[in-house]
Design a protein around this ligand. Structure first.
Ligand code: TXA
Ligand code: MG
Length: 316
């Protein structure tokens, strides 16, 4: 199956109604979408991504009001966060209604809900009478796509259509907030900074660690992995030829390393800009004829936390 890249929303709608998959742009990363209310369509996502069934999907809806159609109850903290950050890079994990099939949530009683901000996906959702289940549009465990071409490079042959919405403006997945013992907990660091969330609902725990975290099964230790070895936080190049080294740095250039092997994510020290570029930098370096990628430890504030989280997992 040859994938087409285009911007025909009506064609995308037809495919989705027919139970097919469509790759969609969002402001965070590209998603691989299917009708969230149809278990058979959703099953195709797991096949195309080679994704294990224990890893639940996020359901994308058109508006805050529409959330009520799919969840039993919206606690106060979630209502506040929805009012502040939706649409945007935030996913809320809430108790699901029966209309959400178990395959979407991997059997959990909760469902991850998000309202994406990208105009094309809004246009699409407005034309559909069902929400879209969509994980990031990459083979399981690999780097998330932030352009239509990234999706094509990895999933051509497995899906019919990719909607081209340009380069993702946030560049890193949504922040996920769920509930543990009736208190909000950040389950995945992402495009909404924890500090911004805490301003709205008070400080809450960040619990993103992994295999020991049954409430967030997708947060595996080894994820977002490039093919080249990635060293995180230690810029010690000894033992390697400079031509074998790729660099991901925040602001600074490394004098001895060839310039074209260096991705300096934000010379002006803007963590948003760095987050927007992190996955495409990893991907570009991965395509080069080098042996190893060295990535700096970014400042542990704002979106720097999510960047460090991804780099740590990519290095595991
Ligand atoms: O920005 C994003 O969130 C992107 C775009 C496409 O919307 N989507 C995305 O999906 O990153 P994915 O499948 O790569 O990550 C979804 C993760 C799961 O791995 C899991 O950790 C968490 O969301 N999740 C989903 N439903 C959950 C649930 N019911 N309980 C706990 N965690 C859940
Ligand atoms: Mg993913």
């Amino acid at each position: 199956m040859q994938a087409t890249i285009g911007s025909d929303i009506l064609y995308a709608k037809q495919l989705l109604i027919a139970g097919e998959l469509v790759a969609i742009p969002t402001e965070t990363v590209y998603g691989l979408a299917a009708n969230a209310l149809d278990a058979e369509s959703v099953a195709n996502i797991f096949i195309a991504k080679d994704r294990p069934h224990f890893d639940p999907l996020i359901v994308h809806v058109k508006s805050v009001e529409a959330i009520n159609d799919y969840v039993i109850d919206i606690p106060q903290w979630a209502e506040k966060l929805a009012a502040e950050f939706m649409p945007g890079p935030l996913t809320l994990v809430l108790k699901k209604k029966d209309c959400i099939p178990d395959i979407v949530t991997s059997g959990f009683a909760t469902v991850g809900i998000r309202i994406p901000k990208h105009p094309l996906i809004h246009e699409l959702l407005a034309k559909l009478d069902f929400p879209l289940a969509a994980p990031s549009a990459n083979p399981f465990g690999y780097i998330s796509p932030t352009s239509a071409q990234h999706v094509y490079d990895q999933l051509n042959g497995k899906i019919p259509y990719i909607i081209d919405g340009g380069v993702c403006s946030v560049g890193i997945e949504s922040t996920i907030v769920g509930e543990v013992d009736e208190k909000p907990v950040i389950l995945r660091l992402g495009g909404t900074a924890p500090e911004d969330i805490w301003k709205i609902i008070g400080k809450c725990e960040v619990r993103t660690n992994s295999s020991s975290n049954p409430i967030n099964p997708g947060s595996l230790e080894h994820h977002y992995a490039p093919k080249h070895k990635l060293v995180f936080g230690e810029m010690n190049f000894s033992g390697y030829d400079v031509n074998e080294i790729g660099i991901i740095s925040f602001q600074k250039e490394y004098a001895d390393i060839p310039k074209e092997q260096q991705y300096i994510l934000s010379p002006s020290a803007d963590l948003r800009e760095a987050a927007q570029k992190i996955f495409s930098a990893m991907r570009s370096l991965d395509g080069m004829d080098i042996k190893i990628i060295f990535a700096e430890h970014f400042p542990d504030v704002g979106l720097g936390r999510a960047i460090n989280d991804r780099l740590k997992r990519a290095s595991a």
